[in-house]
Design a protein around this ligand. Structure first.
Ligand code: AMP
Length: 299
């Protein structure tokens, strides 16, 4: 019998209940995977849940819109929230438990301890969203300490985030491995994102240009172009022609995020662009070996 046919999915709101459940699972010899999300689940999140299921027999999805990773002028208050729908989607995916703490559970009023990775969190989004990765790293460590997973699954959609977290988990001796799943896209190539809901129909149409630009850069790269600024220009031109405002488009070392002028090693082409008020990020790898198309940062 699967859960869709009626097996109970646990809904957990407190850290202590979550830890107790984990100890029960452990005693039963179960291997646990965590998929951290901010809810407003889409097919990208569901692909992470399926990946988690491949890696463990027990899957926990956390649904928590983390206030500490939003800047003062960002979209914390308007971020899409629909827990009933998220819960239902998790149930259809046969998730074992949804961890859905209230903000006060994760951040008591006198909360004062932060996880601050200082190297990989600095460039790209880090330049424009001060404090963002500090909020992300802190909540992921807290979620891991609540759920105690053997493996934690993230998406390549947030490639810098995955690299920062890989470093944090290693630096703090966290006993969980990190698994990174590929970007899931809409039929026209736009990377799925909870924030796509903010786009008007016109902006949604124009936002395809981000992936079109990345694809163009990949094609130039495949034909032998190794100059980073030429490849970056392909993206910038496509997005600008579609009326988007580029915040950054950069080529960096795929594991350590140093800037690259010539692509002489596996690279990440990362972009952030605004369509109206909506800020979207996307990326692709520029690989010498096309078959190694996964983000696999060394420990
Ligand atoms: P979020 O709910 O936006 O914080 O994302 C939760 C997790 O889902 C993160 O690890 C994201 O990288 C991942 N994710 C978001 N969008 C996608 C996507 N289109 N494809 C794959 N993973 C994604």
């Amino acid at each position: 019998m699967n859960q869709a046919q009626g097996k109970k999915m646990e809904t957990i709101e407190t850290i202590s209940e979550m830890q107790t459940l984990n100890w029960q699972w452990r005693q039963a010899g179960r291997r646990v995977a965590l998929v951290p999300t901010m809810g407003a689940l889409h097919e990208g999140h569901l692909s992470l849940i399926r990946r988690a299921r491949e890696k463990a027999d027990t899957v926990v999805v956390s649904v928590f819109v983390n206030p500490s990773q939003f800047g003062e002028n960002e979209d914390f208050s308007t971020y899409p929230r629909d827990f009933r729908r998220d819960w239902q989607l998790c149930r259809e995916q046969e998730v074992d438990a949804v961890f859905h703490p209230a903000p006060e559970e994760m951040y008591p009023p006198d909360f004062s301890t932060w996880v601050d990775e200082r190297e990989l969190a600095t460039p790209l989004c880090g330049q424009f969203r001060p404090g963002h990765f500090r909020g992300v790293a802190t909540i992921v460590v807290k979620l891991c300490n609540a759920v105690l997973p053997d493996v934690t699954v993230f998406g390549q959609k947030d490639a810098q985030q995955a690299l920062v977290l890989k470093r944090v988990l290693r630096d703090l001796n966290m006993p969980t491995t990190l698994e990174i799943a590929p970007i899931v896209r809409e039929h026209d190539g736009l990377a799925m994102s909870s924030r796509n809901q903010y786009l008007t129909a016109d902006q949604r149409w124009r936002a395809r240009s981000i992936n079109q630009g990345l694809e163009l850069a990949r094609q130039h790269f495949a034909k032998g172009e190794r100059n980073a600024s030429t490849l970056i220009d392909s993206v910038k031109q496509k997005v600008k022609a579609a009326g988007g405002d580029i915040q950054y488009a950069e080529v960096r070392d795929r594991n350590y995020l140093q800037p690259l002028k010539q692509i002489d090693r596996p690279a990440l082409l990362a972009v952030a662009a605004f369509f109206g008020q909506c800020r979207l990020i996307d990326n692709c790898f520029l690989n010498h070996h096309p078959c190694s198309d996964t983000l696999n940062p060394p420990a």
